[in-house]
Design a protein around this ligand. Sequence first.
Ligand code: 4NP
Length: 162
Amino acid sequence: MTVTNTAPAILFVCLGNICRSPLAEGIVRKRWSEQGSTDLPLLDSAGLGAWHQGDPPDGRAIRIAHENGYDISAQRARQIRSADFDRFDLILAMDRSTLVRLRDARSVEDSRAGLHLFLDYAQNRAADVPDPYYGDEADFRSVVTMIEQASKGLIARASGAI
Ligand code: 4NP
């Protein structure tokens, strides 16, 4: 049976695009291909800043992802651009300050993308995926756990969406 791809195109956004949003992209990509009830949609990630443009994810993110069965090593960082607001259906911010800055950056009010917090899809009450960049590997592990939890809710909702 051919499955029609009706799932929304999703962009994950954090500050640098080398820690949280690449993890979110990689985890959702793998879990969607295993659990999603639609074909894999367009998934991508970007950062508010351009400091790491073209770089692979942080080595700690690659390592902790690998430990948990995800390969994010081929991803390359990029900065969000205005066309993203019309290329994606959902733009998911990894924390509240990113969401505020995305709302400011969106030049057209009625752009295609809906802007939301990624953790709106999780069961727990946290709003922010904490930035692990200045932390240690334990911080990256807890980020992976938070993203895995939210991924379940996101995939359940988005793969049932039009
Ligand atoms: P991310 O973490 O937003 O989760 O990718 C950061 C990575 C780099 C920087 C800040 C946060 N930085 O300032 O270079």
